[in-house]
Design a protein. Structure first.
Length: 378
């Protein structure tokens, strides 16, 4: 991609392939991505001796030097998030903004989860929720078949585990000066979400975002939502950062992202909870005004039944979302999406405008309009 450099550090055992193509393609629209394999993983050579997480942070800094990139945003996930913390502490001059995903501080201030799936091969249960596995098992199994051959095994995995055990930033996180975004999945069993609370509380200039119904593999299961949250964070300037946070733009975006994920399940009950009543849904051939929950369910049942006949698989956001806070209690999300069938063929291409209202501290959709993509404002 092109734009500011974004160094991405993957987690325990995994290679750069495990980010998932959809996620990296989305980020590459706005950033120059730097993907690499850690020591003892992927295409990087095997180590001949033990090492620490700090050594792995030095590897990342050395890569930037080799590429003649003086400074970059850094996104680390899981063990990669531990490496990114050490990078921020030891190489602050090379760091622009920091993103930490599904990770922890280590030491005695952390709550450790179940990572046995790395050792016994039960990666689906480690990375995703049961609901997501059920809805997309064939694609997930194909993805793991592609990526697993590049995972650390045997002595290489043991060395990575030993390095991860050296990580402890409980008493030094306060020294991280870079703006930081902390991401977690609220269903993560590998590194429980409470660890992200610790990071957000100890890093001085940090913002925490929990992605609903996401587990440890959120960059794959919630690729659009995760990428958009990262992009919104990275495009903020220090001058407007506090204003954007106070205006709850990320809360609006998070709600819309969760709604988009729920829609892909083609279950009316899953999307009904995102709508306030009364609300409205307008398409090119109908206007539905929904005064109660039963009417929301009915409207979406008809819509989703039609999509099932077309062998719908998923909707994808195309390009950037325009997220605006209209007032203290209203916001708007504008964008373009495409719908695809199970063979990857395009079903529909449309623009959308969703208006949300804050009701009892939750953002709810009050109006959705689907329209021709070219009618979007530039």
């Amino acid at each position: 991609g092109s734009g500011k450099p974004l160094l991405m550090i993957i987690g325990l055992s995994f290679s750069h392939l495990d980010w998932g193509k959809k996620f990296t393609d989305r980020l590459a629209q706005n950033y120059q991505l730097i993907l690499f394999d850690n020591r003892d993983a992927g295409l990087t050579s095997k180590s001949t001796h033990a090492y620490s997480i700090t050594d792995m942070a030095d590897d990342a800094a050395g890569l930037l030097d080799a590429l003649r990139i003086p400074k970059a945003h850094v996104f680390g996930v899981s063990m990669g998030g531990a490496i990114a913390q050490q990078f921020a502490l030891k190489h602050p001059d090379k760091l622009d903004k920091l993103i930490l995903g599904c990770t922890l501080a280590g030491g005695t201030c952390s709550q450790y989860g179940d990572i046995s799936g790395v050792m016994n091969g039960n990666l689906l249960e480690l990375l995703f929720t049961p609901e997501f596995i059920m809805s997309d098992r064939p694609a997930l199994e194909a993805f793991l078949k592609e990526t697993t051959p590049f995972h650390s095994k045997g002595e290489a995995l043991r060395r990575q585990l030993q390095a991860f055990a050296t990580h402890n930033t409980c008493d030094t996180l306060r020294n991280i000066k870079a703006p930081a975004l902390i991401l977690t999945g609220d269903q993560d069993i590998a590194i429980p979400p409470k660890n992200s609370d610790v990071l957000a509380n100890k890093i001085p200039n940090a913002k925490l975002e929990a992605i609903a119904d996401a587990a440890h593999g959120l960059s794959y299961s919630h690729a659009d939502t995760t990428a958009q949250m990262i992009h919104l964070f990275l495009q903020q300037t220090p001058k407007i950062e506090a204003t954007l946070m106070n205006n709850q733009l990320l809360d609006i975006l998070r709600t819309f992202g969760a709604y988009a994920q729920a829609f892909n399940l083609l279950d009316p009950a899953e999307v009904e909870k995102f709508f306030h009543t009364p609300s409205m849904l307008m398409t090119s051939d109908q206007v539905a005004v929904m005064h109660k929950s039963e009417e929301v369910l009915e409207v979406f049942k008809d819509l989703m039944d039609d999509l099932k006949k077309k062998k719908f698989k998923e909707s994808k956001i195309i390009g950037e979302l325009q997220t605006t806070q209209l007032s203290g209690t209203q916001g708007q999300v504008v964008g373009v999406a495409k719908r695809f069938d199970t063979e990857g063929k395009e079903i529909e291409h449309f623009g959308f405008t969703y208006t949300l209202r804050k009701v009892e501290d939750k953002w709810k959709i009050i109006a959705g309009v689907l329209h021709e993509p070219e009618t979007l404002s530039k």
